[in-house]
Design a protein around this ligand. Structure first.
Ligand code: SF4
Ligand code: SF4
Length: 297
């Protein structure tokens, strides 16, 4: 067990060092400022029954960690017992959030830059974490970077994928879901997430919550709902977030604001951003006061 905890500390130390010092993790144009605050680490057990439950809730196409590792390493067999999902949260710093808090229509340029450069950095982080684990002699794969990762529209018009980093982070004890669809973590909802599936024997993180919506005031006790008011696209209602409406709005925001930032000639998921529902709301920087019996705030 001591050895497992040591491995956990090594992973957290590596992530923290990368977030603090890797040149790609600097805010564009200001090397003294970082794109993210120190990461939070959680580990999910690959055999957690919740992963199979997601197949029922999200769709049969949603993968379990065992499939992902076996697809990445054909011919090798891994028992579910050995599999872990490393999950991390990258909190968006207060200075960036503050800019977006006061926006009522279009996202703040610093928020847009954080999404674009932050997700490029996050892609690097996932890939390098795989390399770091491999150098220790274990198998590892970042599901969203693997060629088998798919994002596609459903008949309902919703957009989905065959691996959800938010859901894996929920299993790993990192937070619960909010009305605006984000994961409300101990650092709040204004975060980026990452996952790596591995056979490294890390100790799973216990979940401190008992319900999937424990930290959302609206979904747990019909209070708040501020993210509905904050959304300039009307994409959030009491039934949740309409991903398509949200995405259409983000395309519009990119077309209007992109040229000033040297963006907009290419429209990809990485270039889309808004986050007004994640700033200026009670869950911005942690579980809201009074939410969930296990809230640390
Ligand atoms: S703003 Fe309120 S209703 Fe919306 S996700 Fe946060 S806690 Fe839930
Ligand atoms: S990201 Fe923007 S458009 Fe999308 S739901 Fe949030 S506030 Fe609405």
């Amino acid at each position: 067990m001591r050895e497992e905890r040591g491995l956990r500390e090594e992973i957290l130390g590596w992530l923290t060092h990368s977030v603090r010092h890797e040149p790609m993790g600097a805010f564009p144009g200001d090397p003294s400022r970082r794109l993210f605050e120190d990461p939070i680490l959680g580990v999910a057990h690959g055999g957690d029954p919740l992963f199979r439950e997601f197949r029922r809730l999200i769709g049969k196409f949603h993968k379990v960690p065992l499939e992902i590792l076996e697809e990445a390493f054909p011919g090798e067999s891994f028992g579910e017992e050995r599999i872990r999902v490393i999950c991390y949260v990258l909190p968006i710093p207060r200075a960036t959030r503050e800019g977006n808090r006061h926006r009522k229509d279009l996202p703040h340029p610093e928020w847009m830059l954080t999404k674009i450069h932050g997700e490029a950095f996050n892609e690097w982080l996932r890939a390098e974490l795989v390399g770091f684990i491999s150098s220790k002699g274990y198998r590892a794969v970042a599901p969203v970077l693997h060629p088998s990762f798919l994002q596609f529209p459903l008949l309902s018009g919703d957009i989905t994928s065959n691996w959800s980093e938010r859901h894996a982070c929920f299993v790993a004890g990192l937070g619960t879901f909010g009305l605006s669809r984000g994961l409300i973590t101990q650092a709040g909802v204004a975060v980026r997430l990452g996952t790596v599936v591995t056979d490294m024997p890390l100790p799973p993180t216990p979940r401190k919550y008992t319900s999937p919506h424990e930290y959302c005031l609206f979904l747990s006790r019909q209070d708040c709902g501020l993210c509905m008011e904050r959304c300039p696209a009307g994409a959030i209602t009491s039934r949740g977030q309409d991903k398509r409406k949200c995405q259409e709005y983000q395309v519009k925001a990119l077309k209007i604001q992109g040229p000033k930032l040297g963006l907009g000639s290419k429209i990809t998921g990485m270039h889309l951003s808004c986050g007004l529902c994640q700033c200026g709301v009670p869950c911005e920087e942690g579980p809201p006061m009074g939410s969930g019996p296990n809230s640390m705030r």
